[in-house]
Design a protein around this ligand. Structure first.
Ligand code: AMP
Length: 599
C-alpha cells in the first residue's frame, strides 16, 4: 500500500510510513552531505579528544576540519598495529576510542598472514543497523509486494577467536548475526527470512547450509528473493544443492531431518516446520536428477523476483554463472560496507551490475579521498599530510582512494578501495566500486596480494631444490569456472637436469606448500567453508613467458617497462598460457587452519 503523497520522496513513493521515514532520512543526509560530515568529524574528535592517539597530534581540543587535516597523519594498518596489539593484550586505557572497545572485527584484508583486527565500540552496531534499515525501503520502491512472501538468504557465521585479554575477534557479519539487534529483531513483513535464526547461528558450515537449503525448499513457493551477502555465497549454495539434493529430498519425503545434522537447536527448530511431503520430494528429484542446472533458481523458487547479492568488485566474476542459474534475474547490489565502517547503499538497486553505484551515507563516519591517478600518484608521508578531499569536493568521472575516520577511533585510515564518481544524489556523490588496491586473487572472502603470492611461490620452491629446479616465471588466475573456484598458478620451470626433474607427487606437494603459505582467510575458506577448491599448478613449456611478453609488446607495451603480470584475466593471454601447459597438479590435501589465531 503506497502512503499518502505528502510523505512521498524524490526517490519514489514509499511503500509504508516506516519506509517514508527512511527515505526522508536518505534525503536529509544526501542534501546536507557537507554539514553532516563536518558535524560527524566534530563529534568524533570531541568524543575521542582524550585518547592517547589524538592527544599525540596536539589538536588542543580543536574539532574542525582544517586543524584535523593539518595535524593528523594519513595511516595504514601497519601504523595502527602497535595500538591494536596493546588493546588485544589488555590495555584498557583510552588508546583509540574513549568508549570501551567491545570487540575486534576481523577484516578479510590480512597483515602478516592473519586477518586485520579492527577495534569497534558498542554504539557502532546501532549505526550499522541504521544503514541496514534503509535497504528495504529503497528496494520496495522498485519491487512491490515484498511483504507478501519471504527472502531465502544464505547467511553464515564464522568461528571466533579471543585475544590474550579475552576480547572477542570475529568477522563483522558474525558479530551482527549474533547481536540482539539481529536475533530479536521485531517482526517486519518486508524482512521475513526462510532461514530460522538457529540455522544461521550454527558455526558448522555444512549443517548451517543444509538446514538453510532445506527450509528454502520447504517454503519454495513463498520465496520472493534469493540471496547471500556476496555472489560467491549464492553460487556455493547452488553447488550444495547439486551435491545434496538426494538427501534433502529424502528428508522432505520422510519428514525426518538427516542425522548428519547434530546441532540440537537446528534440529529443534527445523522439526517444527519439516513434515512429510512426498509431493515436494518428488518435485525436487525431478528438477535435480538430470543434472541440468540451467535456470535452477527460478525452477525451484518460481516467484523469485531478484537475486540479492553483491556482484561488484571481485564478485563480478560470478555474474555469468548466476545468470545461468537464474535465467538472468536482476542482481541487486544493495550495500557497500567493510569491517572498519559501513559506508553506504545503492539507491537504484535494479540497474545492471556494470552500472551499480553506491551512495556513501555521510552519517556513517568521516570520509576523505585521495585523488587516484596511476599516472600521477600522490605521495603520502606521515610528515607532510597531503591535502585530502571531502565528499563535497569530488568531481564527476574522477577516481579516488577512500580514507575514513570512525567513531571507534580510526583516524584517516586508508581502506584500500578505489572508487569513481559516477553521479550525485542531491549533494552526495555516487560511486562505482573500481577495485581494491593490491588484490591479485580473490575467490570468496580471500584477498591475496602480490607479496603473499610471491611468499607462497618461495615456500613451494624449497621443495624443488633437490631436483635442481627453479621457478623462473609465474603468473596466476582465479578460476571460477570450477565450483568452488580455485587458484591456478602457471609456472615456467628451469630444470638443470631434465631427466631428474620433480615428479608428479612433488609438484602436488608444491601446490600444498603454496596453500600453507597463503593467508588465514584463504586457508579458512579452503578448510572450514569449502568455498575455495584445491590450488592448481599448471607447468608451461619453456619460453611461454617470452611469448607472453611478445604478445604484450605486439599490443603496444613498452619493452623497457614490461613486467610479467602476476595475475591474468585477459582471455587471449589465458588461451596462450593454457595452450602451452605440459602438466597440471592439484593440492592433495587441505592446508592447516584452526580458529585459533596468532596474536
Ligand atoms: P572486509 O574488511 O572483510 O569487511 O571487506 C570489506 C571490503 O570488501 C571493502 O573494503 C571492499 O573492498 C569490499 N566490498 C564490500 N562491499 C562491496 C561492494 N558492495 N562491492 C564491491 N566490493 C565490496
Amino acid at each position: 500500500m503506497a502512503v499518502d503523497s505528502t510523505t512521498s520522496s524524490p526517490l519514489g513513493p514509499p511503500a509504508c510510513e516506516k519506509d517514508a521515514k527512511a527515505l526522508q532520512f536518505i534525503e536529509d543526509m544526501t542534501k546536507n552531505c557537507d554539514p553532516v560530515q563536518e558535524n560527524v568529524l566534530s563529534e568524533i574528535l570531541s568524543q575521542n579528544a582524550a585518547t592517547e592517539y589524538l592527544q599525540q597530534w596536539n589538536l588542543d581540543g580543536a574539532t574542525d576540519r582544517k586543524t584535523f587535516k593539518s595535524k593528523v597523519p594519513v595511516i595504514s594498518y601497519d601504523d595502527l598495529l602497535p595500538y591494536v596489539n596493546r588493546i588485544a593484550n589488555g590495555d584498557r586505557s583510552p588508546i583509540l576510542s574513549s568508549h570501551p572497545i567491545s570487540e575486534f572485527l576481523t577484516s578479510s584484508g590480512t597483515s602478516a598472514g592473519e586477518r586485520k583486527l579492527m577495534p569497534t565500540i558498542a554504539a557502532e552496531m546501532d549505526r550499522r543497523q541504521k544503514l541496514y534499515s534503509l535497504l528495504m525501503p529503497v528496494m520496495n520502491l522498485y519491487v512491490p509486494g515484498l511483504d507478501k512472501g519471504k527472502g531465502l538468504y544464505f547467511l553464515f557465521i564464522k568461528a571466533e577467536a579471543k585475544t590474550p585479554s579475552g576480547l572477542v575477534a570475529r568477522p563483522v557479519l558474525t558479530s551482527y548475526y549474533k547481536s540482539q539487534q539481529f536475533k530479536t529483531r521485531p517482526f517486519d513483513p518486508y524482512n521475513v527470512y526462510t532461514s530460522p535464526n538457529e540455522t544461521i547461528l550454527c558455526v558448522d558450515a555444512f549443517q548451517s547450509m543444509y538446514s538453510q537449503m532445506l527450509c528454502g525448499l520447504l517454503f519454495r513457493e513463498e520465496v520472493l528473493r534469493c540471496g547471500a551477502v556476496f555472489a560467491s555465497g549464492l553460487v556455493r549454495a547452488i553447488k550444495f544443492l547439486q551435491l545434496n539434493w538426494q538427501q534433502l529430498a529424502m528428508d522432505v519425503e520422510s519428514g525426518n531431518l538427516s542425522n548428519k545434522i547434530t546441532d540440537s537447536s537446528i534440529r529443534e527448530c527445523v522439526s517444527k516446520i519439516l513434515k512429510p511431503n512426498p509431493e515436494l520430494a518428488q518435485f525436487i528429484r525431478e528438477e535435480c536428477c538430470d543434472g541440468n542446472w540451467e535456470g535452477i533458481i527460478t525452477r525451484i523458487w518460481p516467484n523469485t523476483k531478484y537475486l540479492d547479492v553483491i556482484v561488484t568488485g571481485a564478485m563480478a566474476q560470478y555474474i555469468p554463472i548466476l545468470d545461468y542459474y537464474s535465467g538472468n534475474l536482476p542482481k541487486t547490489c544493495t550495500m557497500y560496507a567493510s569491517s572498519e565502517c559501513y559506508f553506504g547503499l545503492n539507491l537504484t538497486p535494479m540497474v545492471k551490475p556494470s552500472e551499480v553505484c553506491y551512495t556513501i551515507m555521510p552519517n556513517m563516519g568521516y570520509f576523505e579521498f585521495i585523488p587516484h591517478d596511476p599516472e600521477n600518484p600522490v605521495t603520502i608521508s606521515r610528515d607532510s599530510p597531503p591535502q585530502l578531499l571531502d565528499l563535497a569536493d569530488l568531481e564527476l568521472g574522477k577516481e579516488y582512494e577512500l580514507v575514513i575516520s570512525t567513531y571507534s577511533g580510526l583516524c584517516r585510515y586508508r581502506v584500500g578501495d578505489i572508487l569513481q564518481v559516477k553521479g550525485f544524489h542531491n549533494s552526495a556523490p555516487q560511486f562505482k566500486f573500481i577495485r581494491r588496491k593490491n588484490v591479485l586473487l580473490s575467490i570468496d572472502a580471500d584477498k591475496t596480494d602480490e607479496t603473499e603470492l610471491q611468499a607462497a611461490i618461495d615456500n613451494a620452491s624449497v621443495l624443488l631444490k633437490e631436483f635442481n629446479t627453479t621457478v623462473v616465471e609465474y603468473t596466476s588466475y582465479g578460476d571460477t569456472k570450477t565450483i568452488p573456484g580455485h587458484y591456478v598458478i602457471y609456472w615456467e620451470l628451469l630444470m638443470k637436469d631434465p631427466a631428474n626433474g620433480p615428479p608428479e607427487n612433488v609438484l602436488a606437494q608444491c601446490c600444498l606448500a603454496m596453500e600453507e603459505a597463503l593467508n588465514s582467510v584463504y586457508r579458512q575458506s579452503r578448510v572450514a567453508d569449502n568455498s575455495i577448491g584445491p590450488l592448481e599448478i599448471r607447468v608451461v613449456k619453456n619460453g611461454t613467458f617470452e611469448e607472453l611478453m611478445d604478445y604484450a609488446i605486439s599490443r603496444g607495451a613498452s619493452i623497457n617497462q614490461y613486467k610479467v603480470p602476476r595475475c591474468v584475466t585477459f582471455t587471449p593471454i589465458m588461451e596462450l598460457l593454457d595452450s602451452r601447459v605440459v602438466s597440471a597438479h592439484f593440492s592433495p590435501a587441505a592446508p592447516h587452519w584452526t580458529s585459533e589465531r596468532r596474536f
